[in-house]
Design a protein around this ligand. Structure first.
Ligand code: DGL
Length: 260
């Protein structure tokens, strides 16, 4: 069986690359819902419906575990998926994990935290709720930065937009990149904010978190195939995905177009 990684687009592929690098022995399948991207300004119901479709697809493709590497879907759909849908579905023995809890665990000690994410992630207050479980007095400054998603998808970097978005964060201790896409802008963000502010990017933390999860869940690990296969599925093809797939996963890798 395989590990599935789901996102609306490139962000999940960045995470998938980091996970595969950390644990190259396993078989993976990444699904990017590129046709319906961005998720960040869809309604909660749309996000939930799309997430269920993607999970079904991945489970039918033999995933024993799916990581929802999308903060928007993690904040808007994960709880409902885990509590209502999964236990009653025929995939009740599979696992679905999100990205918010593991990210919050990495910033436990900080008190003055910044967060950038999509509109829906910020609206959901999911980060604040998780952070307050650790410390009631934690200060979180959260701001939606939706234009960064299209910047990453298109590869057209615009310095002024990023600089303006980051103005309110000059005094935080830590800035959480609460959207997997933003990992592609990590260097630029660090340059604008300076070295004193720690940047938390999910592709840096999720591989380690998943590794320890698997070490604790042998019932899952023992089901995982170990032929080092990596499959990329998208709902809309593009040259950029084809190029990045070859660069990141080898010359023979080609994203496969699917219908959800
Ligand atoms: N990469 C996704 C996230 O982590 C969302 C991007 C989008 O589709 O708006 O939230």
């Amino acid at each position: 069986m395989r590990i599935g990684i789901f996102d609306s687009g490139l962000g999940g592929l960045i995470v998938a690359r980091a996970v595969q690098k950390a644990m190259p022995e396993y078989d993976y399948i990444y699904l990017g819902d590129t046709k319906r991207l961005p998720y960040g300004n869809k309604t909660q119901n749309e996000i939930y419906k799309n997430t269920i479709q993607a999970l079904r697809y991945l489970f039918e493709k033999d995933c024993v575990l799916v990581v929802i590497a999308c903060n928007t879907a993690s904040s808007q759909a994960l709880r409902r998926v885990q509590q209502e849908w999964l236990p009653k579905s025929k995939y009740f023995d599979r696992k679905v994990l999100g990205v918010i809890r593991p990210t919050v665990e990495m910033v436990e000690k900080a008190r003055n935290i910044g967060l950038i994410g999509t509109l829906r992630t910020v609206d959901s207050t999911a980060y604040l709720q998780e952070l307050q479980k650790i410390n009631k007095n934690i200060k979180l400054l959260a701001k939606a930065t939706p234009k960064l998603v299209s910047m990453v998808e298109s590869g057209k970097y615009e310095d002024e937009i990023l600089k303006n978005y980051l103005v309110p964060f000059k005094n935080v201790e830590i800035l959480i990149l609460g959207c997997t896409h933003f990992g592609m802008l990590k260097k630029e963000i660090q340059n604008i904010l300076g070295k004193k502010i720690k940047i938390i990017a999910q592709e840096d933390i999720l591989p380690g978190k998943l590794k320890s999860y698997l070490a604790k869940h042998k019932e899952i690990t023992k089901k995982l195939g170990k032929s080092k296969k990596f499959e990329i599925l998208v709902t809309k093809s593009s040259r950029r995905y084809e190029k990045l797939s070859r660069e990141w996963f080898g010359a023979k890798t080609k994203p496969k177009l699917i219908n959800l």
